[in-house]
Each structure stands twice: as structure tokens, then as C-alpha cells.
Design a protein around this ligand. Structure first.
Ligand code: HEC
Ligand code: HEC
Length: 312
């Protein structure tokens, strides 16, 4: 009994420690959505489609504003699978695969890598943080559905300029709204950036429409990009390892190792932090152990900023 109680204590403590290391700015918690309007038809610039906000938030039939922009979507990407957990990938990762910062960009990632992540969500190698929805989904998808989604997203090309990074001392006051996204506070005002990445939509209206033509801006502390470049290209005197060794000369990926450039800074920060805390593990993540072990959260912000500043 005593041993068992001790075990629970250890497990309980480590869970608390994990949560403490997950800063709120990187792990946004979506507030409850009120009733969605299902009357007013909305449209995105350049699109011939119209949807109500309720249709835009439909997990099994999300908007496809620009059908000519992308190849035909497999059923799982466009309409999902087994309900209620098996939602349509395009809802959060968009038809373009560029994603929203509170999820992840998937466009152009190696298919084998995407398949491996779905397995990791399913088998407990990637645990909650921002991963809850993916864990539930991975448990109900068939191997064929995973394969179809992986093939679709790996065939897409990340959109240059979708994720932008700006160094700043101060940033507009903001709040977390629908979709786990940050929006500028209605009362205005500014606040110090501190040791944070604050991500705001390039166009708040379009972000709420899930329009894939409008991306995001990550505001980061001054000096982040140069600091991140030094760490990434030299390893910073043993603080980390040179990223190019495994992610390829332009960091756009090598074999089954994913591209890490041009991607949302908060999403990259979460991965580094999760790999350090153990919330993301597995045989391939072992290769990242030596990379993340000594990084401070400020180092992770710098790396995320530098990587995002590079072309995808
Ligand atoms: C309701 C929103 C939502 C839907 C729908 C969704 N995802 Fe995700 N996805 C997320 C979030 C949030 C994350 C980030 C998890 C994290 O940071 O740990 C994510 C992460 C991922 C990743 C990991 C990316 C990486 O490089 O680490 C993969 C792969 C992925 N999703 C695939 C899919 C596939 C395939 C589908 C459709 C079957 C899908 N997702 C549907 C929200 C969603
Ligand atoms: C020794 C090899 C190795 C080195 C060096 C390395 N990585 Fe990785 N990295 C990997 C592998 C392998 C994966 C994929 C893990 C998986 O499949 O789950 C990965 C994944 C990642 C991811 C997750 C991407 C995503 O889509 O979720 C990030 C972020 C990352 N690496 C950043 C870095 C940075 C930054 C550096 C340099 C400071 C670096 N890596 C150096 C091997 C390496």
C-alpha cells in the first residue's frame, strides 16, 4: 500500500510540474463558445462561397473557401470519420494545411512523419497540453484514413509569408477568443512583450472565417532572431546541437525528419518544451533529447523566432 501511495505521489507531482512549465501564452485554452449564428451568410475576399459562422465551425463540414487552390481532399480531411471524435482535419489545419498557430502547420511534412505522429497521439507518446483533441481523434481513425490524410498534407506546399515574425518591446493587449486564437483587446492599449510569443492574426475577421489566405504574426522579444540563429547554426557552445545535422542544410527536412522553418512560433515552442518535459516522447524524439535538454524557455522562444523567420 505504502509503495502504491508513494507512486501516486510521484505521478501527481510530475503532472503538476509538467503543467507549471507550460506557459499560458503557448498553450491557449479556448473559452466556451456561445451559440453560433446560423443566419448571416459570410464570405471571404476572392471566394465564391458563403457560409454562416455555425457552418464555419462545423467539425464535419468545415469551409472550403478556395476549392481550386488545393488538390481534391480525401473524405477524412474534408468531412472527418467516426463521430464525435473523428473530426475533419481541414477544420483546424485548414484546406491549405498551413494550420492555425494553436494547432500546427502540416503542409509539406513527410507522410511517414505525419503517420508516426498520429500513432504517437494514439499510444500515449504525445500527451495532453494542446494534444487532447488529437489524442481522441487518433484513437478512432483507421489506418487507411491516417494514410489518406498524411498523403494529402505532405503533398501541399507551405505558403510563404503565412507565418511572420516581428521583434518588439511592446505588443497590443490581447485576449484568447474563439478557436483558441488571440485577438487585440477591444479597449486597446499595449503591454511589454516579456518572455513570450504573442501571436495575432494578420486579419482578425478572416482568421475567424478560417480563411486560408490570411496568416499570423508572432511578436517576439527584441534580439530573438539573432540569438536563435546563433543557437541553431553553432549549437551555442554545447547548449544545443546544430539543427542542420538532422533537419537538412536549409532546415526544410531530411527523409522522415520534418521541416522546422516558416512554421508558427508558438507551435514550435510547444514541441521543444514538450520534448524537454517528456510530454512528447518516442524513439524518434530520442534524437531531440540532446537538443532540448539544456534549453531555457527564452532559448526556445529565440529558436522558434529564428526558424519562423526563414522561408518554408
Ligand atoms: C479540432 C482541431 C483539430 C482537428 C480537427 C485536427 N487537428 Fe491535428 N492538431 C490539432 C492541435 C491543437 C495540434 C497541436 C498539438 C500540440 O501542439 O501538441 C495538432 C497537431 C497535429 C499533428 C502534429 C504536427 C507536428 O508536426 O507535430 C498532426 C500530424 C496532426 N495534427 C494531424 C491531424 C490530422 C491527420 C487530422 C484529421 C484526421 C487532424 N490533425 C485534425 C488540432 C486539430
Ligand atoms: C540528432 C538529430 C536532430 C538534431 C540535431 C535536431 N533535431 Fe529536431 N528533430 C529530430 C527528429 C528525428 C525529429 C522528429 C521526431 C518525431 O518523429 O517525432 C525532430 C523534430 C523536431 C521538431 C518538431 C517538429 C514538429 O513538426 O512538431 C522541432 C520543433 C525540432 N525538431 C527542432 C529542432 C531544432 C530547433 C534543432 C536545433 C537546435 C533540432 N531540432 C536539431 C532530430 C534532430
Amino acid at each position: 500500500m505504502k509503495i502504491l501511495a508513494g507512486l501516486f505521489l510521484i505521478v501527481g507531482l510530475s503532472a503538476a510540474a509538467l503543467a507549471a512549465d507550460n506557459p499560458e501564452w503557448a498553450y491557449p485554452v479556448t473559452p466556451p463558445l456561445g451559440a453560433l449564428d446560423n443566419v448571416v451568410m459570410k464570405t471571404a475576399p476572392g471566394s465564391t462561397k458563403q457560409y454562416t459562422q455555425a457552418q464555419i465551425e462545423d467539425s464535419f463540414n468545415p469551409p472550403d473557401w478556395f476549392p481550386d487552390d488545393h488538390p481534391p481532399m480525401p473524405e477524412i480531411v474534408a468531412h472527418g470519420g467516426q463521430r464525435p471524435a473523428g473530426r475533419a482535419c481541414a477544420q483546424c489545419h485548414l484546406t491549405s494545411g498551413d494550420g492555425h498557430p494553436e494547432s500546427a502547420g502540416l503542409s509539406g511534412l513527410p507522410a511517414a512523419y505525419i503517420v508516426r505522429q498520429m500513432a504517437a497521439f494514439k499510444n500515449g507518446e504525445r500527451i495532453a497540453g494542446r494534444a487532447g483533441v488529437m489524442i481522441a481523434m487518433a484513437k478512432v481513425l483507421s489506418d487507411d484514413e491516417v494514410k489518406a490524410a498524411a498523403t494529402y498534407f505532405s503533398g501541399l506546399t507551405p505558403t510563404p509569408g503565412y507565418n511572420k515574425v516581428i521583434e518588439t518591446e511592446t505588443v497590443a493587449k490581447s485576449y484568447i477568443g474563439a478557436g483558441g486564437m488571440r485577438f487585440i483587446a477591444p479597449d486597446g492599449g499595449a503591454e511589454p512583450i516579456g518572455e513570450r510569443i504573442i501571436v495575432l492574426p494578420q486579419n482578425a475577421t478572416e482568421a475567424q472565417l478560417r480563411d486560408p489566405h490570411f496568416g499570423f504574426i508572432d511578436y517576439v522579444p527584441p534580439g530573438s532572431i539573432a540569438k536563435g540563429e546563433a543557437l541553431a547554426t553553432t549549437g551555442g557552445d554545447g547548449t544545443t546541437m546544430r539543427c542542420a545535422i538532422c533537419h537538412g542544410p536549409n532546415l526544410t527536412g531530411l527523409g522522415e525528419v520534418p521541416s522546422i522553418v516558416g512554421r508558427a512560433g508558438t507551435s514550435i515552442f510547444r514541441q521543444l518544451n514538450d520534448m524537454q518535459s517528456g510530454a512528447r516522447k518516442g524513439p524518434w524524439v530520442e534524437l531531440m533529447k540532446g537538443v532540448v535538454a539544456k534549453l531555457t524557455q527564452s532559448d526556445m522562444i529565440a529558436l522558434a523566432a529564428y526558424l519562423e523567420s526563414r522561408n518554408p
